[in-house]
Design a protein around this ligand. Structure first.
Ligand SMILES: [Fe+2]
Length: 243
């Protein structure tokens, strides 16, 4: 099972670089991508015209399944409605092979803070309880725990504590997110929290390069790679066997 995790494309932004966009397509299309997960900020301001470009862009990436969720930028200017019209539902339930992925919308209209919402906890619990024998992955835009190199901490989902407890109780294997444009991994209890860099923009921090992530799953073995958008080179950052 091959999952590509890309984030923070920001089509419509002056920081979006066409060449990086093309590289992402080229690298993924050379592989056999089973699931493409895009964790938000597809657009820069959530405008209709940006969504049209995003849809065209994502259409060029070959993958059996596409799991796409919105970020804070996508929900601006009633973009959460345009997301539903042009991309699909804002939360996604994917079961493929031995993998169960739940895509959560952590955005709110016109604010940058994250929010999952306690009304959604029973749905999260049900999905993963029903698929407890699978590799369990949650995808959302906002980071649930702080990430280095991001300055003063902000935008963590306002209910992150309760969501982290749920993640621990459900023994989730991976949580994948974006937002801060910094590729990083934390381990908390039995869960790895993996953030992606920005795949296609110059909105990077320090000398961080544009990147996206590849996740390879074979039975219970999970490998994660950070992929450099410019060069296609990959760095293995995780290799473990899920319990
Ligand atoms: Fe964001």
């Amino acid at each position: 099972m091959i999952i590509y995790h890309i984030s923070d494309i920001h089509i419509g932004s002056s920081y979006f670089v066409e060449e990086y966009g093309k590289n992402v397509i080229k690298i993924i299309n050379k592989d056999n991508c089973d699931i493409l997960a895009i964790t938000g900020d597809l657009t820069h301001e959530g405008h209709y015209i940006e969504y049209k470009k995003v849809r065209e862009y994502i259409g060029k990436i070959k993958s059996d399944v596409k799991l796409i969720i919105p970020g804070n930028h996508d929900s601006r200017n009633a973009g959460y409605l345009t997301f539903e019209e042009t991309i699909g539902t804002r939360s996604k339930f994917i079961i493929k092979g031995n993998v169960a992925i739940l895509g959560l919308d952590s955005s709110s209209p016109d604010i940058d803070d994250g929010h999952i919402g306690r009304e959604n906890y029973p749905m999260i619990k049900r999905f993963f309880t029903d698929n407890d024998n699978k590799i369990k992955i949650i995808a959302l835009h906002h980071h649930l725990i702080p990430i280095p190199k991001t300055g003063r901490e902000r935008h963590i989902p306002v209910d992150a504590g309760d969501v982290l407890k749920l993640i621990k109780d459900l023994n989730i294997n991976l949580v994948i997110s974006g937002h801060k444009h910094v590729p990083f991994i934390w381990k908390l209890e039995n869960t790895y929290f993996i953030t992606a860099g920005t795949a296609t923009t110059n909105r990077t921090r320090g000398n961080q390069k544009q990147s996206f992530n590849k996740i390879e799953i074979t039975d219970k073995n999970i490998k994660v790679y950070f992929i450099n958008t410019s060069t296609g080179s990959k760095e293995k950052v995780l290799d473990f066997n899920a319990k």
